[in-house]
Design a protein around this ligand. Structure first.
Ligand SMILES: Cc1cc2nc3c(=O)[nH]c(=O)nc-3n(C[C@H](O)[C@H](O)[C@H](O)COP(=O)(O)OP(=O)(O)OC[C@H]3O[C@@H](n4cnc5c(N)ncnc54)[C@H](O)[C@@H]3O)c2cc1C
Length: 471
């Protein structure tokens, strides 16, 4: 016989969507809020700063989650605080272009109405511009190359005031300095009375008179309202398991890498990993480029070792240059639309077949990255491509297609898009009572910038709407 708990609202997932929503709901409903998290509750002392130990413990699928054909890795975390625990702490405001783009897709969005929530989130997370003194050499070189070419760019903002610059944000902050959800909105929710349940996976949603039954193994939770914030793969999966159509409109910021190879050591594994952003090729904040940002990125031993797509003697040569490489990552607002489906054995089947335009922009990124690093006086530039590695000129005849380049995304979106077949313009699941989606899976279109501030703000606004409509 299982246990039954009753509450006003269940929030499923403790990441950038779930944690702020739970905190706001708990301000009104206190212990009437149950906050479920499939992963463990980890603390600063658990973050050993060793990649081979932390990646399997923190990341969904032990870090191996990928599209069905294996060509694009999908990075998400599974622990209290969600992916914000492993993120790079960059904080970007919602671009003004979002309003028109999202509205055209059926989402209700008013950036002026959202502005107070953005301000609250920035205050709660301690957002500040990364001080000049904290820009490491790798990010400095990205900025130098961009400046010499006259490209627009800036020192970015982060939510890690007092960061000790250990360089390991992607493994959980061992110093409690990054104000990820586990250190900000989750404790806020708990302080207001919310019942936090780590290691508790919502398996099924069953409608019942007056609300929902959420099945989590032996535990059943009866609630009037449910907020889904299990992330882009698991929110659609939970809907699908519960017989609710979902999973369409999967999108990504598509990411690949290039590294300038410099004569002097760069030691890009030290310091704040991502601190400088090149906006010249983006299509937000008034820019009219093809839709990608270039951001400085760190070179951490284990992750870096798989990125250049080389083997044998060449791989060894590349690893010997490790200390001399400065990295840059592309963040392309991909135009491809994929899907998340229920696969064999209940596992997610993630389909994402890149469109020709995305390949064109990957080539465009490699060309611009070569120009940028050569302008910063690199001797040559390394591309994460299976065939072409070190170059001194922008490549023109690069082979592109699944498996030729190292591709990943740390920013998936969609699967339960606002204004789409699954949810309405503000995030309510169509045809269902009191069921909301308030995470990145409700994004109707990729925003073109690092998304955590947008996700948190929309979640706060969504929680307010839920409260306003609740009896
Ligand atoms: C390496 C990396 C670096 C990044 N850097 C940045 C950055 O610098 N700036 C930025 O803005 N964004 C960054 N991001 C992205 C950002 O962190 C995510 O977009 C954001 O956290 C997504 O929020 P979410 O609420 O949709 O999902 P998540 O934050 O992923 O939270 C979902 C949570 O739900 C839990 N869950 C899943 N299924 C269930 C279930 N059935 N029952 C209960 N719980 C469940 C998961 O375990 C997870 O903890 C980065 C991401 C990665 C991977």
């Amino acid at each position: 016989m299982g246990t039954i708990e009753r509450c006003k609202v269940v929030v499923i997932g403790t990441g950038a969507g779930g944690a702020p929503a739970a905190a706001r709901l708990a301000e009104t409903w206190g212990e009437g809020v149950v906050l479920l998290e499939a992963g463990p509750h980890m603390h600063a002392s658990d973050f050993t700063q060793v990649e081979r130990e932390m990646m399997p413990r923190l990341y969904a699928g032990s870090g191996t989650q990928a599209t069905e054909d294996g060509s694009i890795a999908l990075l998400q975390a599974s622990c209290v605080g969600g992916t914000t625990v492993v993120n790079d702490a960059l904080c970007l405001r919602p671009p003004p272009e979002l309003e028109e783009r999202w509205r055209a897709l059926g989402a209700e969005l008013s950036l002026s109405a959202l502005a107070p929530y953005v301000a609250k989130v920035e205050q709660e997370l301690g957002v500040e511009q990364i001080p000049r003194s904290m820009i490491n050499r790798a990010n400095y070189l990205v900025g130098l190359g961009a400046a010499r070419l006259g490209w627009k760019g800036e020192r970015m903002h982060h939510n890690a005031p007092g960061c000790p610059e250990c360089g390991l944000r992607h493994l959980g902050c061992a110093y409690d300095s990054k104000r990820s959800m586990n250190l900000s909105y989750v404790p806020r929710a708990v302080k207001a009375g919310a019942r936090l349940k780590p290691m508790t996976r919502a398996e099924l949603l069953v409608p019942r008179a007056g609300g929902w039954r959420v099945q989590c193994g032996e535990l059943e939770i009866e609630a009037e309202h449910v907020v889904l914030a299990a992330g882009v793969v698991q929110t659609p999966m939970l809907l699908l398991r519960s017989g609710i159509p979902a999973g369409q409109g999967l999108q990504m910021h598509l990411q690949t890498l290039a590294w300038g190879d410099f004569a002097e050591p760069v030691d890009g594994f030290n310091g704040i990993p991502m601190a400088y952003g090149v906006l010249e090729f983006s299509d937000v904040y008034g820019n009219t480029g093809p839709g990608f940002m270039i951001e400085g990125v760190s070179t951490q031993a284990l992750s870096f070792s798989v990125q250049p797509q080389a083997q044998g003697a060449l791989h060894e040569e590349i690893l010997r240059r490790y200390r001399y490489l400065a990295g840059a990552v592309m963040l392309l607002r991909s135009t491809t639309r994929g899907s998340v489906q229920l696969g064999p054995g209940g596992r997610p089947r993630i389909e994402f077949e890149l469109q020709a335009r995305d390949y064109e922009q990957i080539l465009n990124f490699y060309q611009r990255a070569v120009e940028m690093f050569m302008a910063a006086d690199a001797g040559r530039v390394l591309l994460s491509h299976r065939e072409t590695h070190f170059v001194t000129q922008p490549p023109t005849d690069l082979r592109l297609g699944p498996g030729w380049t190292y591709l990943y995304t740390a920013h998936p979106f969609g699967g339960a898009c606002r204004g789409g077949p699954t949810v309405d313009g503000v995030g309510r699941v169509r045809g269902q009572r009191n069921l909301w989606v308030l995470d990145a899976s409700a994004f109707p279109e990729a925003p073109g910038v690092n998304p955590q501030i947008i996700i948190c703000s929309l979640a706060l606004e969504g929680a307010e709407r839920l409260l306003a409509g609740a009896e």
